[in-house]
Each structure stands twice: as structure tokens, then as C-alpha cells.
Design a protein around this ligand. Structure first.
Ligand SMILES: CC(C)(COP(=O)(O)OP(=O)(O)OC[C@H]1O[C@@H](n2cnc3c(N)ncnc32)[C@H](O)[C@@H]1OP(=O)(O)O)[C@@H](O)C(=O)NCCC(=O)NCCS
Length: 210
């Protein structure tokens, strides 16, 4: 397994990694938030977002003859591109703005704030078939290396759904819950109370484990 920058040809594999499994909390919440009923639509939305916002350009891939994991460092790429609008019109119809507007406002209510000097981990995903093999740890060690080699950063952070079992992995990697934002409407839509902000200090940071 090697870590390498993502290329345009990886986009379908990256979308599959971000969409994960239909039953996992991040996917359940995403589909609930956007009112998507078909997993295929969640997969397509991931693909359109990764490609049209150029999010793939900030991704590092764990490659084992295919993309088995990814990490995206820096702020999330959240632009509403023409391709995303086209997806929304196809799935929700002409009045997509009335459907999506209130849902995006609910999402806004549970956003936490990153402190100054924080390297954000905007995405980290490992293929369901390869979890527990140390790939997430390798991706996290890459992030620690990037952050430690840049004086700008004193801390690393990510936002995580309050019901995500992956919290155990992040605590094993030295992250702690620094803030929590919850909202009843968000919970109705997604099944999760809200988001935790998880932070890890970088002073004296060393790789997590081989
Ligand atoms: C979180 C995630 C990236 C971890 O990747 P991974 O490759 O399984 O991680 P590792 O194999 O390096 O294991 C690290 C820790 O993850 C946890 N873990 C291992 N297998 C797991 C599994 N099947 N499911 C959940 N957590 C698991 C363990 O705590 C493990 O520590 P241990 O080996 O000391 O027991 C992965 O579970 C994932 O993609 N989850 C879905 C997406 C997600 O929730 N991303 C983070 C929030 S945005």
C-alpha cells in the first residue's frame, strides 16, 4: 500500500470511499440531511462534489492496486457548482432551492469553529472491506507529518457526527472532543444529535503507530 496524491482518474473510487456503506452513520446522516432515498444518489452526489469542486486535488489516496482509503486536508470544498445545481434539479425537481435551503440552514446550526492554527481534516475514509488494517493510521500519520512540517499549525482537527463509532479511532490517535453542537431538527433529519469538534495538539507529535 502506498500513499500518493489523487488524480482525476481516481474520482469514481474516491466517490465510493466517501459514500461508504449505506448503513454507516456518515452516509445515513448525509442521505437524511439531503432527503436522498437511493444510495445511488448519495454516490452520485459524492462524485459530482469531488469532481466539480476539485476537492480531489486536495486528497491523498491509499493505493493497494485500487483506492482503499483517502484523506483530504484543509477546508472542505463546499462551493455550489453548476454541476451540483444540475444534480439537485434532477433529483429534487425545479423547486430544489425550497427543499435544500432549509436543510442547509439546519446543517449550519451544528457547525463547530476551528481554532486558529488548526489543520483541518475535511475527509478521511477507508474502504469498508479494509478497515482495521492500519490504513487509517497511515493516512493520519501523513496528516501529522504535513502539519508538523508547517509552522502555521499547532493543532489538527475534524468535525465528527456525535454518533460516529469512528470516534474510538480518533481518540486512539490522540484527538479529544473540544466542542459539541446539537440541534433537534438536525437530529430529526439525520438521526445524529449533531457534531463534535475533535482536536489533537501537535507539540511533540509523533506518528501514531506503524
Ligand atoms: C475511521 C476510519 C477512517 C478508520 O480507518 P481504519 O483503516 O479502519 O483504521 P485503523 O485500521 O488504522 O485502526 C485505527 C482504529 O480504528 C478503530 N477501528 C478498527 N477497525 C474498525 C472498524 N471496522 N470500524 C470502526 N472502527 C474501527 C480501532 O479503534 C482501531 O484502533 P486499534 O487498531 O488500536 O484497535 C474508518 O473506520 C472509516 O473510514 N470510517 C467511516 C468514515 C468515517 O467515519 N470517517 C471519519 C469521520 S469524518
Amino acid at each position: 500500500m502506498e500513499l500518493r496524491p489523487a488524480s482525476h482518474g481516481d474520482i469514481d473510487g474516491l466517490a465510493r470511499l466517501v459514500a461508504g456503506e449505506e448503513s454507516q452513520p456518515t452516509t445515513v446522516a448525509g442521505m437524511g440531511l439531503f432527503g436522498l432515498e437511493r444510495f445511488e444518489d448519495a454516490l452520485e452526489l459524492s462524485r459530482v462534489m469531488i469532481e466539480s469542486t476539485r476537492g480531489w486535488q486536495a486528497m491523498t489516496v491509499a493505493d493497494a492496486n485500487q483506492a482503499v482509503g483517502l484523506i483530504q486536508l484543509g477546508e472542505a470544498f463546499l462551493a455550489i457548482t453548476p454541476e451540483i445545481v444540475e444534480f439537485a434539479q434532477r433529483v429534487y425537481g425545479a423547486d430544489f432551492q425550497q427543499i435544500l435551503g432549509p436543510r442547509l440552514a439546519v446543517l449550519e446550526k451544528v457547525q463547530t469553529e476551528y481554532p486558529d492554527g488548526c489543520l483541518q481534516i475535511s475527509e478521511i475514509h477507508v474502504s469498508p472491506d479494509h478497515r482495521g488494517e492500519g490504513i487509517g493510521t497511515a493516512l493520519m500519520n501523513h496528516a501529522v507529518e504535513v502539519a508538523s512540517n508547517n509552522e502555521e499549525y499547532g493543532v489538527m482537527g475534524l468535525q465528527m457526527l456525535t454518533d460516529n463509532p469512528a470516534r474510538d479511532a480518533f481518540e486512539a490517535w490522540g484527538f479529544e472532543v473540544a466542542d459539541t453542537r446539537t440541534d433537534s431538527e438536525f437530529q430529526e433529519l439525520t438521526g445524529a444529535a449533531g457534531y463534535h469538534l475533535m482536536l489533537r495538539e501537535l507539540q511533540g507529535a509523533s506518528p501514531t503507530r506503524p
